[in-house]
Design a binder for this molecule. Structure first.
Ligand SMILES: Cc1ncc(COP(=O)(O)O)c(C=O)c1O
Length: 461
């Protein structure tokens, strides 16, 4: 991040532009409004997942092709949302369409293994340098099973996670995520706070949160857990945090976490549901050169079909192979998902694809930096591989505390409205980031930067 003089953004101007842009979006999404009225009578809040909810109504999509999506009003948008980071292949990629069409005619589900599952496992083993794999159907299932494996392997119940990290919607990890700043507790002893209702406090209490980018704090907390007679089974961590915008690991952090977990006999789980297959062929494990005991994948793996995976060392997987842990699921290794994953890994996510994603992201990050510099706008661009964002904060965000202290929710909302009204489909909310696809072009990235420039200009005029 460069040190430079920035302008003070007028809060009233943000409010005024937000009102204007909100009205503009309402006017161009009347079909979504109509559909919402119908959907809400049978589908709770009109959507299939709370992450799709939006006030006053969600934007309903009709189809996607390449780097584009269309909403039900016929608005064409360049997709930087990409299914919360799942569609790095782009929409309806010909290789995946071919593979899925061929598979559909051969039967789509047997709950018996097929050859594609073996081929996908072999490919993942070579990308991540981890020899054993199992499949599931989502990121949540992957983290849930990985934690169970770690608990069985160590005979311990407590787990350690990073405060503010999201690892899916099961009880073990819906803890200490997006909570008000004043409830976090002391940095050396963060609170174990259920994220939403319905999560037993007794389960949340088994999950201990520590700050990101602070290996000494993690080590001190783990040492105390040993002293208290509740040593942890594992540390589960997003190697680069992608649920607070993008927060990269500082040099040496992941290496230190690897060293201390190995030394203390605690399993290390890299939750690569977002980073795996998006920031390098072998995810963060390859990009940062640190190998965990277990890795979890989902999102990009299935090329748009529901799937997830857990990879690990022979030692970690011993409890699965011995039958001690029931790692199960009717749809695990579903033939349609495996056919899509195989085509994706072998034909789409090639070394050339990662070179293209890196080049696109480099250009987009540089263009956003140029806009920030031109207008003296507070913030900085940050990203890796297919992922990135502009963080609207004068201070570098390194963990949940700095994120909360420097949050500019109003500006994030305005940026989202500017994007949506100018043909850029983006993830709502400050916690998310852009995901590029192999089908994106440099012109697509230029369009994103141009829209950002329009907002910066309107706010600083
Ligand atoms: C890092 C991480 N882990 C796990 C999950 C859960 O994945 P899913 O929504 O497929 O259950 C997510 C979802 O966003 C995630 O970002």
């Amino acid at each position: 991040m460069s040190t430079r003089t920035t302008v003070e953004i007028d809060r009233e101007r943000i409010a005024e532009l937000t009102e204007r842009e909100q009205k503009r979006l309402d006017d161009r999404t009347d079909g979504s409004r109509t559909h919402f009225e119908r959907a809400r009578t049978s589908l709770a809040a009109g959507v299939a997942s709370a992450y799709q909810e939006r006030d006053p109504w969600p934007i309903y999509l009709s189809h996607g092709l390449g780097s584009r999506v269309w909403d039900v009003d016929g608005n064409e948008m360049i997709d930087f949302h990409n299914g919360f980071g799942s569609m790095v292949q782009g929409h309806a990629h010909p290789a995946i369409v071919r593979a899925v069409q061929a598979r559909v005619e051969l039967g789509t589900h047997f709950a018996a293994p097929t050859e594609d599952g073996t081929i996908v496992a072999e490919d993942l083993a070579s990308r991540f340098g981890l020899p054993r794999w199992r499949f599931v159907n989502s990121g949540s299932e992957a983290t849930m099973d990985a934690i169970r494996i770690a608990r069985a392997a160590t005979g311990r119940d407590t787990i350690v996670k990073i405060f503010g990290s999201y690892h899916g919607h099961h009880d073990y990890v819906m803890v200490s995520i997006g909570v008000p700043y004043d409830k976090i507790g002391d940095r050396e002893n963060y609170a174990s706070l259920p994220y939403g209702a319905g999560i037993p406090q007794s389960v949340a209490d088994l999950t201990i949160a520590v700050p990101f980018n602070d290996a000494p704090a993690m080590e001190r907390r783990i040492a105390r857990l040993f002293e208290e007679g509740r040593p942890p089974a594992c540390v589960i961590i997003e190697p680069a945090m992608m649920n607070l915008g993008v927060v990269l690991p500082e040099p040496g952090f992941l290496e230190a976490v690897r060293e201390l977990t190995r030394r203390l006999g605690v399993l290390l789980i890299f939750d690569e549901v977002k980073t795996g297959l998006t920031i390098a062929a072998g995810g963060a494990t390859e990009r940062y050169g640190v190998k965990p005991d277990l890795v979890t994948l989902a999102k990009t793996l299935g090329g748009g079909l529901p799937s997830g995976a857990i990879g690990g060392s022979e030692e970690a997987f011993e409890v699965v192979e011995s039958g001690a842990v029931y790692q199960v699921g009717t749809y695990n290794g579903n033939p349609l998902s495996m056919a899509a994953a195989r085509a994706s890994l072998q034909e789409v996510l090639t070394p050339d694809a990662y070179r293209h994603l890196d080049a696109l992201n480099e250009r987009l990050l540089a263009d956003c930096q140029a806009v920030l510099d031109r207008y003296g706008f507070p913030g900085y661009p940050v990203g890796v591989g297919a992922k990135g964002c502009v963080t609207f904060s004068p201070e570098p965000i390194v963990d949940y505390e700095s994120f909360k202290a420097n949050q500019d929710a109003d500006l994030s909302e305005l940026a989202w409205l500017y994007n949506m009204n100018r043909g850029i489909f983006m993830t709502p909310g400050r916690e998310e980031e852009w995901t590029l696809s192999v089908m994106h072009t440099f012109e697509d990235c230029d369009r994103f930067a141009a829209v950002f420039e329009e907002m910066a200009s309107d706010l600083t005029a």
